[in-house]
Ligand binder design. Structure first.
Ligand SMILES: [Zn+2]
Length: 271
C-alpha cells in the first residue's frame, strides 16, 4: 500500500549531500508521493524542478517565518508564478503559508498581511492551501472563515475545539513525528479521536523527527544529527494505526483518500 507524505521540504539544504538517496529510500519504504511546499520566492523553482524530476507534487507560497525577509513585491512574484504554472498538474496548492505566534520577534502585522493576501491568491487560482499553525489557530481561522478556502493544517497542534473548527471548514489536519512521542498527549489524543476522514500524514522533513530519531541537546552538541526524512513515514503511520486501532493497510488507504480529497490535483496525478 503506497503512502503519501503531504509535507516534505525536500529542497532544504539538509538534503543537499544525499537528496537522491533520500528519494530512493522513500520509494523503497513505499512512500509513493511527496508534496513539496515552498517557503519563499527563492525556492519556487527548486520545489517545482524536484517535483518534476521525481514525479512529486509541489506548492508555491511564502512561509510565515520567511515573511520578515520577504519584500512586498514577493506577493506579485507569487501571483506571477501561480499564473505561469496554473496548468501544471503537479502544482497542487498554495503553501506553505500561515501564522507563527510562537517564534518571538516576528512582525505580526506583516505575517498577517502576507497570509491574507495568499489566501486571496488561493481563491483566485482555485487552489487549496497548506497552512502552518503554531500558537496561531484562531488567527488562521478568522481569515479562513471569511475567505473560504480549504486545504491542510499541517503539523496540527491546536486544541480539540480549534481542530473541529478547521474540520468544519473542510480542512484536513496533518500528523507526523510529534505524534510518536508518548508525552505529546494533546496531539495523540487528537490523532485518536478526530474523525478519521480528517487526518493526513506528513513528515515535515527535515524537521519534526520522530522519537526514534530524537537526540538530546548534549548528543547534538557532540555531533549527532537528527534529520527527519520521508522514508520514516510508514513507521510514523504505525503510531497512527495503533492510536486508531486501524490496520496498516487501512491507515494507508484512509490517509491517501484524505490527502486526495484535500488536494484534488494530487488525486488526478494518481490516476
Ligand atoms: Zn513546512
Amino acid at each position: 500500500m503506497p503512502w503519501i507524505d503531504t509535507h516534505c521540504h525536500l529542497d532544504a539544504r539538509e538534503f543537499d549531500a544525499d537528496r537522491e538517496q533520500v528519494v530512493q529510500r522513500a520509494a523503497a519504504a513505499g512512500v509513493a508521493q511527496l508534496v513539496l511546499p515552498a517557503v519563499a520566492v527563492w525556492d519556487f523553482d527548486a520545489v517545482r524542478n524536484l517535483a518534476h524530476a521525481h514525479g512529486f507534487a509541489y506548492a508555491l507560497g511564502i512561509h510565515p517565518l520567511c515573511t520578515d525577509q520577504a519584500h512586498e513585491g514577493d506577493l506579485a512574484l507569487l501571483r506571477d508564478a501561480l499564473q505561469q504554472r496554473r496548468d501544471d498538474p503537479r502544482l497542487v496548492a498554495v503553501g506553505e503559508i500561515g501564522l507563527d505566534h510562537f517564534v518571538p520577534g516576528l512582525d505580526r502585522a506583516k505575517q498577517e498581511r502576507f497570509y491574507e493576501a495568499q489566501l486571496m491568491l488561493a481563491r483566485e487560482f482555485d487552489l487549496p492551501v497548506i497552512v502552518h499553525v503554531r500558537k496561531s489557530a484562531d488567527g488562521l481561522l478568522k481569515h479562513l472563515r471569511r475567505i473560504g478556502v480549504r486545504g491542510i493544517a499541517h503539523a496540527f497542534n491546536g486544541s480539540e475545539q480549534q481542530a473541529r473548527h478547521f474540520i468544519g471548514l473542510g480542512f484536513k489536519l496533518g500528523f507526523g513525528g510529534a505524534m510518536t512521542f508518548d508525552r505529546a498527549l494533546q496531539i495523540r489524543r487528537l490523532a485518536q479521536s478526530l474523525p478519521g476522514e480528517a487526518i493526513v500524514l506528513e513528515t515535515d522533513a527535515p524537521d519534526i523527527p520522530p522519537h526514534w530519531m530524537y537526540r538530546t541537546a548534549a548528543e547534538r552538541a557532540a555531533g549527532a544529527g537528527m534529520r527527519n526524512e520521508p522514508a520514516e513515514l510508514p513507521r510514523i503511520a504505525q503510531t497512527l494505526a495503533e492510536l486508531r486501532g486501524w490496520s496498516l493497510d487501512e491507515t494507508a488507504r484512509i490517509t491517501t483518500a484524505n490527502a486526495h480529497a484535500a488536494l484534488p490535483r494530487l488525486a488526478a496525478l494518481a490516476d
